[in-house]
Structure formats: C-alpha cells, structure tokens
Design a protein. Structure first.
Length: 262
C-alpha cells in the first residue's frame, strides 16, 4: 500500500510540473469541460420549455439526476482516463515499457493518463445537485450524505469496470479506438429517466451497459420515484461486480499480450 501511495504522489507531482510549464493548457481544458457540461444542461432546460414533465419526472428532478451524474463522471474522467490506450500502448508499443515495471499495469496506465481539470465538472455537478436538493425540499442529514458518498463510489466503480473491460479488448485488436466512442455516447442515456426508453434499452442500461446506475438509479434514492428507487441500493453491488469483472478481463488480456510487432 505504501508503494502504490508513493507512486500516486510521484505521478501527481509530475503532472503539476507539466501544467506549471503549460498553464494555459490547464485553463483551456477547464473551460472546454465547463462548456460541454453547460451545453448538456441547456439541452435539458430547452426540453422543459416544451413540456411540463419527462416520463413523469419534473424539470427539477431531471436536473437533479444530471447534477448527480456529473459527480461520478467528473471523478472518472479525471482519474480513469483510458481513451487513447490502444493507439498509445498497443499500436505504439508503450505497453512493453509498462510491463517491465513492478506495479500493476492498469494502475500505471491510469496514473499516466490522469486529467485533474475534469474534476471541475464534479464540483459543478455538486452545486447543481445542491440547488435542486433545496428546490425539491429533500431531507438532508448524515445518513443521506453517507448514502450519497456510497452511491458516487459505486457509480465510479461501474464506469471504471466497464471502460477497463472495453479497453482490454485492445489486447486482442489494434484498432485505435474500438468500441469506446459508441459506449461514450451510450453512457449519456443514464442521465435521463429510464422510463422514457423502451423495454430493450432499459434492460441494456440496467444489466449490460449499466449506465443507469451512474445517474438515474442512484439519484432516485433521494426522489419520490418508486419505479427506479428500488434499483438504487444495487449501485454499489453493480460497482463491485463490474469493477471486478473489468480487472479480471484486463489481467486476462495482459496474459495474452505478446508485445508490439515490427
């Protein structure tokens, strides 16, 4: 544990040194992330200019779900950034370098690609969540805070598990991006009420690509939405299942990896 903690500290120091050299890049990343999140929020607000509810959910409730969605999403994008893995580590052969070091390969790849500016989205999401929390007059205490933390951790674990498994496919294929762009688009469905989708999409978002557990389901725990609230407490369970599965598949891919070709 001490070894891995020291690695985190060293990688963070290197990141800070890099950003101090190119400070403008840091603020450009922050601004672009904020604009992206603002666009999504504006889209939701525009929808409610034409309707009073969405699948039985009010505007404040949908924005509440979106605020929650931003918190684990920002954490994931900051510390589990696996987007360019195939091109950098497989196509260009950097995985060979990673495997010569004693630390776990996934741990090294994650630390080499951290992107802390994205955490700003989590803070913005927390503000949005807090505003809607007051508007909806939801009780708040120690229990609610602890449940919220557990839900967020579970959602981050789901993100990590799903994308780790999808990234591990690169060990068997040298496609630059693979299925990641498609999955990135699918995850956005998790920030809307699951009841607005047909039955097939609901099953996919719940049990196959469980992005409903990174948005609408855990947020439902605090809302008066009994249809989805019953799934909320499964969030940490799904997190453990998918994270374990993702790491196991990653380890299997590493065992099958035969190094960069010429």
């Amino acid at each position: 544990m001490v070894f891995y903690t020291s690695l985190i500290w060293e990688y963070m120091k290197n990141y800070i040194k890099t950003k101090l050299t190119y400070r403008a890049d840091f603020w450009v990343e922050v601004l672009s992330d904020l604009l992206f999140q603002a666009t999504n929020l504006i889209f939701i607000l525009v929808i409610f200019q034409h309707t009073d509810s969405l699948g039985g959910w009010s505007e404040a409730e949908v924005v509440f779900v979106y605020g929650y969605f931003m918190i684990p999403y920002g954490i994931f994008m900051s510390f589990i950034n696996l987007w360019g893995f195939s091109e950098r580590y497989i196509v260009k052969g950097e995985m060979d370098r990673v495997l010569t070091r004693p630390a776990h390969s996934l741990f090294q790849v994650i630390l080499e690609n951290i992107d802390p500016p994205s955490i700003i989205g989590s803070f913005v999401g927390a503000v949005i969540l807090g505003i809607c929390w007051v508007q909806l007059d939801i009780p708040f205490g120690i229990v609610e805070l602890l449940v919220l933390i557990v839900m967020v951790i579970g959602s981050v674990m789901i993100y990590t598990g799903v994308y780790t498994a999808l990234t591990a496919i690169s060990f068997f294929s040298d496609a630059p991006t693979g299925i990641l762009p498609l999955m990135f688009n699918i995850q956005g469905y998790g920030r809307y009420p699951i009841t607005i989708y047909n039955r097939l999409i609901q099953v996919v978002l719940t049990w196959i690509a469980p992005f409903a557990f990174v948005g609408v389901y855990p947020a439902s725990y605090f809302l008066d939405q009994e249809i989805t609230k019953s799934f909320a407490l499964l969030t940490p369970v799904m997190g453990i299942v998918f994270l374990t599965g993702g790491i196991l598949f990653w380890n299997y891919g590493v065992r099958k990896y035969r190094g960069a070709g010429s």
